[in-house]
Design a protein around this ligand. Structure first.
Ligand code: ADP
Length: 179
């Protein structure tokens, strides 16, 4: 566990659907109608109620976020956000990825949720370079904490050892306090 100001920042290696945080974040696509990777895992674990609610929402622009319940998962809510498909880095991908993280945190705040878990958005099927993406994920969290200071725990849930080690190095480099 690490700490930035009053917020704990934790790394978990494994499956985000098992997280007991109040919110887990889904790396969804614009339709919100389900997909592969973490999106598929969340819909499978949560059950059909999530898709029902997503259909009513009717989609989500890249960089924005929407919320549903978490169905059968231990978490209370799923925050569905859409990261950019990485092309060559000149199409505003960085800002869109930043917005996906930041707007997820804003939505959590609106719902008074104090603990949240993120997957590594856009770095699977959407091909975002992992190291760049991890820096953006942390920057968005730190900026949110600087401005809003209203979240108690943020977890990054990494599926592979490689991703886990990348985040570990990143947090060490940023001199975050150990908690
Ligand atoms: P995107 O389309 O935004 O790139 P993906 O789901 O393809 O999203 O990949 C995002 C990341 O989520 C990848 O690092 C992938 O390994 C990881 N991932 C896949 N399944 C899970 C899961 N159940 N829990 C956490 N992370 C997962």
């Amino acid at each position: 566990m690490y700490k930035y100001k009053n917020t704990k920042i934790g790394l978990v290696k494994g499956d985000i659907t098992k997280m007991e945080t109040e919110a887990i974040v889904n790396a969804a696509n614009n339709t919100l109608l389900g997909g592969g990777g973490v999106d598929g895992a969340i819909h499978r674990a949560g059950g059909p109620i999530i898709l029902e609610q997503c259909k009513k929402i009717g989609g989500c622009p890249t960089g924005e976020a929407r919320i549903t319940t978490a169905g059968n998962m231990p978490s209370k809510y799923v925050i569905h956000t859409v990261g950019p498909i990485y092309k060559d880095g000149t199409k505003g991908e960085d800002k869109l990825l930043y917005n996906a993280y930041y707007n997820s945190l804003k939505l959590a705040k609106e719902y008074k949720l104090r603990t949240i878990a993120f997957p590594s958005i856009s770095t699977g099927a959407y091909n975002y370079p992992k190291e760049e993406a991890s820096k953006i994920a942390l920057q968005a969290a730190m900026d949110f904490i600087d401005r809003e200071n209203e979240i108690n725990e943020i977890y990054y849930v990494l599926f592979s050892n490689e991703d886990y080690n990348l985040y570990k190095d990143l947090l060490e480099k940023n001199n975050l306090e150990k908690a």
